[in-house]
Write a protein that binds this ligand. Structure first.
Ligand code: SAH
Length: 395
């Protein structure tokens, strides 16, 4: 079967990463392409010595020129997508039970390169981030709509990475009827309205689910500062956990409007929502000697790739240093990086530098990551983007 496909032939020695089952082929590894495959087409990957390696999606305008669909010679068709999706969804149900808001498809780590889908109640929000994924839009939308509990498929393919694949942004209702009201999800008893049409990413940061629960468990009686709060994920869980007070900061007016609405949705008192730049606000708080018992730092991606790591490291160091200065003795810092370019090891070194320069004696009491619906395939360490530390200041 693969014999009928156009062939991408690697330079000698460049088959090694594929033999370790890393699913990407970089343009520099390619000796030649036989035939005239188009962007998104399925091609066969072959070693220089003529060994078949994988079937993959071709993406000629990207540095990642091919992404592996499968290591066996098999047809890439509707049945392939259905079976991969059933596997991904079934594995989550087995591990987490029936959860109304969760990631259903996590791209490379689910054997579906470039394909992300999040479930919010009866709506699946789909993100297609590669040429191969884009090619199979209709097939994927059909398979998602056939998933238990899903009636609507909304596409939010507007991530920057699409540009690297030569793709334009797409936002559209693909299947089902438009939602009459804003969709609201229930996450362990706290409700959130999800703006999947205009909100960030697919509308909500599902990856922080477990960490929001951990924060809730720690919040009782504490004065909490939630930095980069978006729609109030951590802030509202702090209230649910009995925080004494909650201050939450974001630069986005729209995010804060969602957050206010979410406090109302739960009939919680409104936290002190502050619109502004966290870098500036932390300095203001330091200068006015404001202090907290628990600080959350969940900034956006400062380093999409390792090339940005140095600049990102300075930004992480800055906010974490300031956060340590605002903590009362015995206080807790829950700090995150979702930068692919910053490893867990580097992140811990940065935080150690922050504590040192803040004159703070602190310990790591927990290492944090994304919840189980965001698995990381061991052959794809790039999938391990979210890392966090829970630190305790000596008291
Ligand atoms: N903690 C949130 C997700 C945070 S996403 C949750 O659990 O849902 C990062 C947020 O940082 C976004 O809402 C973005 O608007 C905000 N942001 C980005 N740069 C900022 C800055 N310099 N100051 C304040 N907020 C910022």
């Amino acid at each position: 079967m693969a014999a009928n496909l156009n062939k991408l032939i690697l330079k000698p020695g460049r088959e090694k990463s594929l033999e370790r089952r890393h699913p990407w082929v970089f343009s520099g590894a390619v000796a030649k392409v036989q035939g005239t495959p188009e962007s998104g087409d399925t091609i066969g990957i072959w070693s220089a010595a003529g060994k078949f390696l994988a079937v993959a999606a071709y993406s000629p305008s990207s540095q990642i020129v091919a992404r592996v669909w499968d290591w066996e010679e098999r047809a890439i068709d509707a049945a392939f997508f259905r079976s991969r999706m059933e596997r991904a969804v079934g594995q989550r149900r087995a591990l987490m039970g029936e959860v109304g808001a969760m990631r259903l498809l996590h791209a490379e780590s689910d054997g579906l390169p470039g394909i992300v889908a999040d479930r919010y109640g009866d709506t699946a929000v789909l993100q297609l981030n590669s040429a191969g994924a884009d090619r199979w839009r209709d097939t994927i939308a059909d398979a998602l709509q056939a998933t238990d509990g899903i009636t609507r498929v909304w596409e939010r393919s507007d991530a920057d990475v699409r540009q690297l694949e030569g793709l334009k942004p797409v936002t559209a209702l693909l299947r089902g009827a438009p939602a009459s009201d804003r969709i609201a999800i229930d996450e362990e008893g706290v409700r959130f309205g999800v703006d999947f049409e205009q909100g960030h990413k697919t509308g909500f940061y599902l990856d922080q689910r477990d960490n929001r629960q951990q924060l809730r468990a720690l919040a009782a009686g504490r004065d909490v500062l939630d930095c980069f709060c978006y729609s109030g994920g951590f802030a509202l869980n702090a209230l649910a956990g009995g925080a004494n007070s909650v201050v939450a900061v974001d630069s986005s007016v729209e995010a804060l409007a969602l957050a206010r609405g979410n406090a109302d949705l739960n009939q919680f008192p409104q936290p002190e929502w502050l619109q502004g730049d966290v870098f500036e606000l932390l300095r203001k708080f330091r200068d006015s000697r404001r202090s907290f018992d628990l600080v959350v730092l969940d900034p956006p991606k400062f380093a999409p790739t390792a090339a940005h790591a140095e600049k990102a490291a300075r930004a992480y160091k800055d906010i974490n240093l300031l956060a340590f200065k605002l903590l009362r003795p015995g206080g807790l810092l829950m700090t995150f990086s979702c930068s692919g370019g910053v490893t867990a090891d580097l992140f811990q070194k940065i935080i150690a530098g922050s504590a040192l320069d803040a004159g703070a004696e602190a310990q790591v009491v927990a290492r944090l990551g994304a919840s189980a619906d965001h698995p990381v395939a061991l052959n794809f360490p790039e999938g391990d983007y979210l890392k966090g530390l829970l630190c305790r200041l000596s008291g």
